[in-house]
Design a protein around this ligand. Structure first.
Ligand SMILES: NC(=O)c1ccc[n+]([C@@H]2O[C@H](COP(=O)([O-])OP(=O)(O)OC[C@H]3O[C@@H](n4cnc5c(N)ncnc54)[C@H](OP(=O)(O)O)[C@@H]3O)[C@@H](O)[C@H]2O)c1
Length: 342
């Protein structure tokens, strides 16, 4: 029997603060016949990312907002099940903006590519180390941070998908690495399993004071994933010629009021610091540089990652807030359907 029903999560209303399940609506639609040049992808893994929250707001960011009544946008990995496009034949494994749904019809335009065949790399890794997450960590740190052996690197949301890779790449480059995370378990994972030099639990310790103790010469590279008070504490502890990589500001993504700017901003002048933001898509053309290093480091056991895979498309909206309450253990992924046996 051919399945021709597509379950889709539509954005029903603009969330205020944290998303609620009622901001979304699940509908079932009939999958239309393919036109010339199109192919049908079955979604296997769906990535949940903090940036998805920004896409729900009524403002253009680096992409247009998701329209009310449209399928919620999301990055996925899937398999081509039917094809009228010779570039994407049946059984191709692809990645792109597949959306919060079971199936996606593509014509190959936009963000859509076939996944390279990498031996011993599991499929979810293409949403993690060998996907947007890995590229973010690699190019943010290497291109903007320019780490030198012996320098002190501090990273926030350090036990998360991006942060945990940033710290490990920093160690590979010979930096002293300090991570900031929200639980003792996460801090132990950083220091014991990932060999970070120290970790700060921002929920139980004074971040500013601990940074001062742990970085007596100041921070050479600060990889900012969080914003708010944690960013401010880092700006107040910079070394001369520090680089501040502004990757994300997760503490502000659900803000309902204007967020005050950091009070330690003047230190950027005093320490002649460079502050630079970036979006990972800026680096897509250079992805092979990162993947070459990742393959070497991954195979030799120098890079580890963890991921939390939640089964079932129906659980997507309620799982999304794990990114904001910190209960995700590594890269947060929804398993939409079973992996193919090829
Ligand atoms: N610039 C780019 O192109 C790009 C690309 C990808 C990701 N990013 C950014 O990278 C950052 C990390 O993303 P990710 O995908 O790797 O997610 P993640 O770190 O795996 O998950 C998010 C983590 O952020 C922490 N967090 C949430 N709310 C917080 C708050 N109010 N204060 C402090 N920490 C908080 C939580 O950890 P704790 O338990 O430690 O609180 C949570 O586990 C985000 O800011 C994201 O927007 C940027």
């Amino acid at each position: 029997m051919t399945v021709n029903i597509n379950r889709q999560w539509l954005l029903k209303s603009r969330p205020i603060g944290l998303t609620k399940e009622t901001d979304f609506q699940m509908v079932e639609t009939i999958i239309p016949e393919l036109r010339k040049g199109e192919f049908l992808i079955r979604n296997i893994y769906l990535s949940l990312d903090p940036t998805n929250r920004g896409w729900m707001n009524p403002v253009k960011t680096y992409v247009p907002p998701v329209k009310i009544g449209s399928v919620m946008r999301g990055i996925g990995v899937g398999i081509v099940e039917k094809s009228e496009n010779p570039k994407f034949p049946v059984e191709s494994i692809v990645t792109g903006l597949l959306g919060w749904q079971d199936y996606f019809i593509s014509d190959g335009s936009g963000w859509m590519s076939a996944i390279p065949s990498l031996p011993n790399v599991p499929l979810p890794a293409f949403l993690n180390l060998f996907g947007m997450i890995g590229l973010t960590a690699y190019f943010g740190l290497m291109d903007i941070g320019k780490p030198q052996s012996g320098e002190t690197l501090v990273v926030s949301a350090a036990a998360g998908a991006v942060g945990s890779l940033v710290g490990q790449i920093g160690k590979i480059k010979g930096c002293r690495v300090i991570g900031i995370a929200g639980t003792d378990e996460k801090c132990s994972w950083l220091t014991q399993d990932l060999r970070f030099d120290a970790a700060i639990n921002y929920k139980t310790e004074s971040v500013f004071t601990r940074m001062k103790e742990l970085c007596p010469e100041g921070i050479d590279i600060y990889f900012a994933n969080v914003g708010g008070k944690i960013l401010d504490a880092a700006l107040g502890n910079l070394n001369l010629n520090a680089r501040v990589i502004v990757c994300g500001l997760i503490s502000q993504y659900n803000a309902t009021d204007t967020v005050p700017g950091p009070s330690n901003f003047p230190n950027i002048v005093l320490k002649r610091a460079t502050v630079k933001g970036f979006i990972v898509t800026d680096y897509f053309k250079r992805m092979n540089e990162a993947f070459k290093d990742f393959q070497t480091w991954y195979v030799s056991g120098k890079l580890q990652y963890r991921e939390e895979i939640v089964k079932g498309l129906e659980n997507t909206p309620k799982t999304f807030n794990k990114l904001f309450d910190g209960s995700n253990r590594g890269k947060l992924i929804i398993k939409v359907s079973e992996e193919p046996i090829l």
